[in-house]
Ligand binder design. Structure first.
Ligand code: F6P
Length: 327
């Protein structure tokens, strides 16, 4: 490990929470302490930075959190940090608390802000990808995604039970305001009859004819819809189907924020732990303005400007798989 002038790393979580954020915090704190660097916890993301809501963390302050959902540092979205005045205040608070480097745990909004802040005030910042949406370029999986998709399949399996008993069609809405990666994988894993996701053209007529084709030989049918789908949310799709096929017994179920909570899966805990070690070591090695992630099971760093969700792509084979397997 090269020796830099870093003496006190500030760590914070920002944006929507995700299971595994606590494992990420623990990894950052313990790695920094391992290298004899002080760690300052910053509560409520950029908002807490502006308000000086910070405290020194020791190895016991992250005891027994690797298995807990949510984030012990809390999280927030800060309007004030979007302004230069807000960022100046944040910088002054960091100076006051002698924080000379940062690890940001969050999604692309977190990194976009980190990039601006790091450049404006010449403060070393690295990031760790944490969002249930898995919509960041520069990592195969984000911290929280695996837990969230397992929460979804557990819920949809239960819905399938009741759908099968009543010969019903269910439209199930999952999270994904701007992307459909939760819908894509859970659609395959639950044997959904169709999935609707943003960024792909939805051939609603093709879905209708599939439903008709299956009418006689399938008792239950499940359509998974990502919340950001351009056709509208699950209720709108449900209304369209009810209008076209009034004889179908159709129900809508919105899974909502249960997808963001819960104890992180083994995959998420290990991902958070590995990336946390890499992020701190990366900072000490002189990395700046980069997110650390895992690509093909190898630690990778990607410039913040590249991590934006718009660079992520939907694998069209996954959609085809749903079509083939829902026969
Ligand atoms: O964490 C990302 C996400 O789950 C999106 O898919 C969703 O639209 C959004 O958060 C909702 O977050 P909130 O209710 O906190 O605004």
């Amino acid at each position: 490990m090269s020796t830099t002038s870093i003496e006190n790393i500030g760590v914070f979580t920002s944006g929507g929470d995700s299971p595994g954020m606590n494992a990420a915090i623990r990894s950052v704190v313990r790695t920094a302490l391992y290298y004899n660097i002080q760690v300052t916890g910053i509560r409520r993301g950029y908002e807490g930075m502006i308000n000086g809501d910070m405290f020194i963390m020791d190895r016991r302050s992250v005891a027994n959190i690797v298995q807990r959902g949510g984030t012990i540092l809390k999280t927030a979205r800060s309007e004030q940090f979007r302004t230069i005045e807000g960022r100046k205040l944040a910088y002054q608070q960091l100076q006051k608390n002698k924080v000379d480097a940062l690890v940001a745990i969050g999604g692309d909004g977190t990194f976009a802000a980190a990039k601006i802040f790091g450049q404006e005030f010449n403060i070393p910042i690295v990031g760790m990808p944490a969002t249930i949406d898995n919509d960041l370029f520069g990592t195969d999986f984000t911290i929280g995604y695996d837990t969230a998709i397992n929460t979804v399949i557990n819920a949809v399996d239960r819905i399938r039970d009741t759908a099968e008993s009543h010969d019903r069609l269910f439209i199930v809405e999952v999270m994904g305001r701007d992307g459909g990666l939760i819908a894509l994988r859970t659609g395959i894993a639950t044997g959904a009859e169709a999935i609707l996701i943003p960024g792909t053209t939805t051939d609603i007529e093709a879905i209708y004819s599939r439903l008709e084709r299956d009418r006689r030989h399938k008792a239950s049918k499940i359509i998974i819809v990502a919340e950001g789908e351009e056709e509208g949310g699950a209720f709108k799709i449900g209304d369209q189907i009810k209008e076209k096929y009034p004889n179908y017994d159709t129900r809508v179920s919105i899974l909502g924020h249960i997808q963001r909570g819960g104890s992180p899966s083994c995959m998420d805990r290990v991902l958070a732990s590995r990336v946390g070690v890499a992020a701190v070591e990366g900072l000490l090695d002189g990395h700046r303005n980069e997110m650390f992630g895992l690509i093909h099971n190898t630690i990778t760093s990607t410039d913040f400007s590249q991590t934006v969700k718009h660079n992520t792509v939907i694998n069209p084979n996954f959609l085809k798989i749903v079509e083939i397997l829902s026969l």
